[in-house]
Design a protein around this ligand. Structure first.
Ligand SMILES: *Cc1c(COP(=O)(O)O)cnc(C)c1O
Length: 279
């Protein structure tokens, strides 16, 4: 922290591991410094508030929002667990005076005075209407029901993975994300991913440390036992060196993970994007 810091942000939770940052602890540091604290609840905003504490043994819902006085803004994605279309999201501010910094006013334009509530300019009214419809369609009870089934599935997956000695869970928070790494030096988690991909699964690949995560949604809450069965098979195959995956990406992920020059990886990604555009 130095005098140039105007804002600190925390995640509730972060996408890679589903870990909820200790917002209260961060708030204590930030308060003494007197800068803004943004809480990124893009992913958690429609799940965390609806979690029933009694569902998770020993879990006390952490504080992460405006109930902490140092929190000055929050973001919550309606386009994720709010079940609205992409392109809609919410930023909440502690006060109108902070919100004003988001506005874009142009007074010297020859076309007249211009004021817009945000930087992107023209937005679609249809998105707002559609988001409003989604909020009303689900309502408090709908989101609570969704959160309950997602947390139930998350608890089940965490329990099953903790019983697989070759794997190790990352993070302790019970959220929609369950992340794990290899706990066995002979098992490359990216090979596990390749073999799961061959079976039709689509997991997120993480680095530093190499790991995988499963993001639980209403669409896949009933797939946990299926996933764990396949995972158990695949872990055995990966261990025995049976790596005949049809579409192996493990070497690429492994290489990107080891490269210290991130600039090269950055260029590589941009070239891949270019090649997609040409295709
Ligand atoms: C999705 C997400 C965001 C923002 O992504 P957009 O798709 O641009 O809204 C920010 N933080 C987290 C943790 C997210 O999951």
């Amino acid at each position: 922290m130095n005098k140039n810091v105007i804002l600190v942000y925390a995640s509730a939770p972060g996408y890679p591991h589903g870990i909820i940052d200790p917002v209260e602890d961060i708030a204590r540091c930030v308060s003494s410094w007197g800068c803004c604290l943004h809480v990124d609840a893009c992913l958690g905003g429609f799940i965390l508030p609806f979690i029933d504490d009694s569902q998770v043994e020993g879990m006390k819902k952490p504080k992460y929002g405006f109930e902490i006085p140092a929190v000055t803004s929050m973001s919550i994605d309606t386009h994720k667990y709010g079940c609205a279309h992409k392109g809609s999201s919410v930023v909440l501010y502690r006060s109108r005076s902070i919100r004003k910094f988001q506005y874009t006013a142009v007074t010297s334009w020859t076309g007249g005075m211009y004021i817009s509530p945000s930087q992107p300019g023209s937005r679609s009214g249809a998105l707002i209407a559609q988001t409003w419809a989604a909020l009303n369609y689900f309502g408090y009870d709908g989101y609570a029901k969704m959160a309950k089934s997602i947390i139930k599935a998350s608890l089940l997956l965490r329990k099953r993975i903790s019983n697989i000695p070759q794997l190790e869970l990352i993070g302790k928070d019970v959220t929609m994300i369950v992340a794990w790494k290899s706990a066995d030096k002979d098992i490359d988690i990216y090979v596990v991913n390749d073999l799961l991909t061959d079976m039709g699964w689509h997991l997120s690949v993480l680095h530093s440390p190499p790991a995988l995560h499963y993001c639980i949604t209403s669409a896949n809450v009933d797939s946990i036992e299926l996933l764990v069965n396949d995972l158990l098979n695949v872990v055995t195959c990966a261990k025995s060196g049976k790596r005949n995956s049809k579409n192996s990406k493990a070497p690429i992920y492994g290489m990107a993970n080891k490269m210290s020059n991130t600039g090269i990886v950055d260029d590589l990604l941009k070239d891949i994007q270019d090649s997609i555009d040409q295709a």
